[in-house]
Design a protein around this ligand. Structure first.
Ligand SMILES: Cc1ncc(COP(=O)(O)O)c(C=O)c1O
Length: 393
């Protein structure tokens, strides 16, 4: 039996893409991981989460382990609503859906909005897993470049105007990471935020705002797009992966009620209900604002260490953006193919993600790479950059 002959056209098309996770380097033992966009191991609240599990089971016994789960699941949702309101996003319970991380939210949104005729606008570069997800549903993309002030909305307007003028299909969705972008670390300016919202209304598309790093500003974080979208084109997604623990798989999507209903249709009851209840207990016992302060200070400090090491050890033809938050620094190395450099770097004991994985047209990323300052400790960050510097001399 030829099993793949049973796959519908859409699935066959999706399976022609690169397999998921191809961007993840195969790391030798003891490699310094400047590739990993993971939280610092010391900042994962292991003991507090352990206490939350014990507390939950002592209080509710088998209840959180049943299909219907614990009443604490509803408490978690209330906490996220409150958290969103503190960032000026005022939505009701019917406008918020809890998901298994932000990635499930992206997948549900893609499932609800895209068919293989649909155009999606993506930033260039952008988060590679979002690209992987969108490519499972459509092959039609419009790529708009990013600079140090985020998405170049003038270029977006030009492209949209031209498409309308020529009678070409207009996009239905824009995917953006306006705050502490992955991979570039940049943040969209206030003018561009307003401009992109105006364009969404004028050209009738929805904006998927991925705010995975929004709470991790070293100083102040800008207001999310969702907080200023008077006409409601923004679907906002968030996550506790970067601020608590990615293995808990706690994320959400906030948007118009009809849209959230459609997403919940397909999500069904595929909830990590035990971890949701555990997270509710954890948040109840934790001063989250204090936790954020610790995270912001720690990551700010590690970012400074990375930048100082780059200034000291990297040759002059290397350039970068200095981020104001998040996990990443985006580097350009003129004349160097960073995929080839990665092989040498791994042999020398340090990893990064080659830039090509963040672009639809991978050639555009050849001279770029993403470094993460979140996971490795400060000594290793300096060691890792010294190794990279030696390879470039
Ligand atoms: C921009 C962005 N969105 C979403 C995610 C994934 O979040 P989650 O772990 O909640 O699925 C990440 C993780 O790296 C990310 O960088």
């Amino acid at each position: 039996m030829i099993v793949d002959s049973f796959f519908p056209r859409k699935i066959k098309a999706a399976l022609k893409n690169e397999p998921p996770g191809m961007w993840m380097p195969n790391l030798p033992d003891k490699c310094i991981r400047l590739s990993s966009g993971y939280p610092a191991p010391a900042l994962i609240p292991t003991e507090e989460l352990k206490a939350a599990v014990v507390n939950l089971l002592e209080e509710e016994h088998d209840l959180p382990l049943h299909y219907l789960g614990s009443p604490k699941i509803a408490k978690l949702k209330e906490k996220i609503l409150k958290k969103l309101a503190e960032r000026d996003i005022h939505v009701s319970g019917e406008e918020l859906l809890m998901t298994s991380g932000a990635c499930q939210a992206i997948d549900l949104i893609a499932r609800v909005l895209l068919d293989d005729e649909t155009f999606v606008i993506v930033e260039s570069p952008t988060y590679m897993e979002a690209l992987e997800i969108f490519k499972n549903y459509t092959q039609r993309f419009i790529s708009i470049p990013i600079d140090q002030h985020g998405l170049q909305t003038d270029q977006l307007e030009r492209v949209l105007e031209e498409r309308r003028g020529k009678g070409l299909a207009l996009p239905r969705l824009l995917y953006t990471i306006p705050t502490f972008h992955n991979p570039t670390g940049t943040t969209m300016s206030a003018e561009r935020r307003q401009h992109v919202l105006d364009l969404a209304v004028k050209y009738n598309f929805l904006i998927l705002e991925d705010d995975a790093y929004g709470e991790l500003g070293f100083e102040k974080s800008p207001l999310p797009l969702k907080a200023i979208d008077n006409d409601g084109p923004v679907i906002h997604i968030g996550s506790l992966s970067k601020t608590v623990a990615p293995g808990m798989r706690i994320g959400w999507v906030a948007g118009a009620r009809e849209f959230i209903t459609a997403c919940s249709w397909f999500k069904k009851d595929l909830n990590p209900s035990f971890t949701q209840a555990t997270m509710a207990v954890f948040l109840d016992k934790t001063n989250y604002e204090e936790r954020l302060k610790l995270l912001r200070n720690t990551y700010h400090d590690k970012c400074d260490v990375l930048i100082s090491a780059m200034e000291k050890f990297l040759p002059e033809y290397v350039s970068w953006f200095v981020p104001k938050g998040g996990y990443f620094v985006w580097i350009k190395i003129r004349g160097v193919d960073t995929s080839l450099l990665l092989n040498r770097a791994l042999s020398a004991g340090v990893s990064f993600v080659p830039g090509k994985h963040f672009f639809l047209n991978q050639k555009h990323g050849n001279e770029y790479l993403r470094l993460s300052f979140s996971y490795a400790d400060k000594n290793d960050i300096v060691k890792g950059i010294r190794i990279l510097g030696n390879l470039l001399m």
